[in-house]
Design a protein around this ligand. Structure first.
Ligand code: MLT
Length: 212
C-alpha cells in the first residue's frame, strides 16, 4: 500500500504492452485491495492503479457522499470526481501510464461515470459494473472516441433498469461508444460480468503482442 498524492492506492506495473492500463474503483466498504484480482482476471498484464475512496460512511470507504441509498450529494460527487481526476493525472506521470480505462463496481462505477462526464480527458473509457446516473444535470462533455461498457443486474434491488439505461443514453449523447449488457443477477458481481468484461477489454488491447 502506498499513501501519496492524497489517495491511498496500489499500483501494479504492466507486464504486457498491449494491455490497457486500468483504474480500479471499489464499491462501498471496499478498499484498494478489493478489485486487484478482478483487474488481473479481466485484463491480464495490464498496469493496475487501484484507489481507495476518501469518504467514510459509518467507517466504510466510498468515493462520494450520499444522502440515502441511490440519492447522491451531487456537489460532493463533482468535488470528489475532480480530486480523483487530479490524482489520476499525477499518477499517470509518476508511473508513466497512458490514460486508463476505469473499471468500477457500484459506488466506484458511479464515480467513474461522473469522472467521464466531468473530466473526459483523464480516462480512456469505462467498464462500469452496476452503475447509475451520478449527476442529474451533467455538464456538456465530449466523449467522442471513448468506449464504455455498462454491466447492469436484471434483479438489482438498488438500481432500477431505467436508471442504467439513462446512464447509457447520457454517455451516448456525449459521444461515447456505449454497450450496455444486462446480466441475470442482482447487485452482486457474477461470472457473467467477468466474461463480458474480459471480452470487451480483449477487443481494446492494442495490436502488439509481446511482453514488456
Ligand atoms: C452509491 O452510493 O454509489 C450507490 O448507491 C451504490 C452503492 O454504493 O451502494
Amino acid at each position: 500500500m502506498t499513501q501519496s498524492q492524497s489517495f491511498i492506492h496500489r499500483f501494479e506495473p504492466a507486464t504486457r504492452l498491449e494491455a490497457p492500463p486500468l483504474l480500479l474503483l471499489h464499491g462501498t466498504g471496499g478498499d484498494e485491495n478489493d478489485l486487484l484480482p478482478l483487474g488481473r482476471a479481466v485484463s491480464p498484464g495490464s498496469a493496475l492503479l487501484s484507489v481507495r475512496g476518501q469518504v467514510l460512511e459509518h467507517g466504510m470507504p466510498r468515493f462520494f457522499r450520499r444522502l440515502a441509498e441511490g440519492v447522491f450529494d451531487e456537489e460532493d460527487v463533482v468535488r470528489r470526481a475532480h480530486e480523483l481526476a487530479d490524482f489520476v493525472e499525477d499518477a499517470r506521470e509518476r508511473y508513466g501510464i497512458a490514460a486508463p480505462i476505469a473499471l468500477g463496481y457500484s459506488n466506484g462505477a458511479n464515480i467513474a461515470a461522473a469522472t467521464l462526464l466531468l473530466r473526459p480527458s483523464v480516462l480512456a473509457g469505462g467498464l462500469l459494473v452496476r452503475a447509475m446516473v451520478p449527476l442529474s444535470r451533467p455538464p456538456k462533455a465530449d466523449l467522442a472516441g471513448k468506449s464504455v461498457l455498462i454491466l447492469s443486474g436484471l434483479r438489482d434491488p438498488i438500481i432500477p433498469s431505467e436508471n442504467g439505461e439513462s446512464l447509457a443514453a447520457m454517455l451516448r449523447d456525449a459521444g461515447a461508444d456505449v454497450d450496455r449488457r444486462v446480466v441475470p443477477v442482482g447487485h452482486e458481481l457474477s461470472q457473467a460480468d467477468l466474461l463480458l468484461a474480459q471480452q470487451w477489454i480483449a477487443a481494446r488491447r492494442v495490436s502488439a503482442t509481446h511482453d514488456v
